[in-house]
Design a protein around this ligand. Sequence first.
Ligand code: NAP
Length: 287
Amino acid sequence: MDNNNNAVTDQFDSPEANPGKIAVIGGGNIGEALVAGLVKAGVDPNSIFVTNRRSERSAELAERYGVVTGSDNVEAVSGASLCFLCVKPAQVIDVIGEISETLTHHDEQTALVSMAAGVTLAAMESAVSAAGTPLVRVMPNTPMLVGKGVHVVACGRYVDDETRQRVLRLLAVTGKVVEIPEKLIDAATAVSGAGPAYFFLFTEALIDAGVALGLTRDVAEELAAATVWGSGEMLMGDDSAAALRYAVTSPGGSTFRGIRELEESGVRGAIFRATEAVAERSAGLGG
Ligand SMILES: NC(=O)c1ccc[n+]([C@@H]2O[C@H](COP(=O)([O-])OP(=O)(O)OC[C@H]3O[C@@H](n4cnc5c(N)ncnc54)[C@H](OP(=O)(O)O)[C@@H]3O)[C@@H](O)[C@H]2O)c1
């Protein structure tokens, strides 16, 4: 599955396309990014119920997006066709325990979609009281805030095709959707879940390096950010990362000297080690 979000923007304007009530448990970074994307794509804000523990945060989200907010998770999931779990991994199982009875007894077949790292479908399955509850694991990333996220998705055994399509279609409005087997989710977390942080760090270092060479910080920031943006657009084309790099490193040229310095400093090895560390940590987060 490889969706481009541009193709689906505004698809929820028609009543028949409306996904019904959506609960978002945990309106933090990821919860907000999801809500922002859904509202921007035309999902009726009145059909989105977001919960937080802090009332200030709820008020902020209500004002920013016009969504319904509160702190009662049971009220949020009651009658919802989809429930996104956007709390920290350590809280997922407790939250499922809290809403489980409601999911069993209301008329809707609610699909539970967890955005949390490390919490397996098997662990979620043991926590729900109704056997057969459709469960989905998603590893998102924060660029979904600007409609350019990546969602890595693994569906559980009780997800039928209609539910799967509904979930994938909703996620696609905030970014690309890539389905993979669950056993690869920690690897994907190390690449795309944590990936934005690597690029932010790299950009930060590039800015400082530009300032060290005499650029003003404003100019260095503009140059670095625009370079990451343009390079990202090129990477979304047909050419591989390697081919694009070869094209900008002419034989014996100045860029080649820079690449050699990076290689000799162990940048490639650092990326292997960083991603291994993330995958390992992510696998352990579910407890
Ligand atoms: N951040 C990322 O880049 C990223 C990337 C991929 C996946 N994820 C996954 O996304 C999930 C959320 O991460 P995050 O960065 O968005 O965390 P976050 O900013 O700390 O947000 C968590 C939110 O959950 C709320 N919350 C906590 N307990 C709750 C409860 N019992 N009922 C309702 N709401 C509750 C918190 O509200 P209060 O503040 O009011 O307590 C907070 O708004 C995590 O499981 C993480 O693994 C994050």
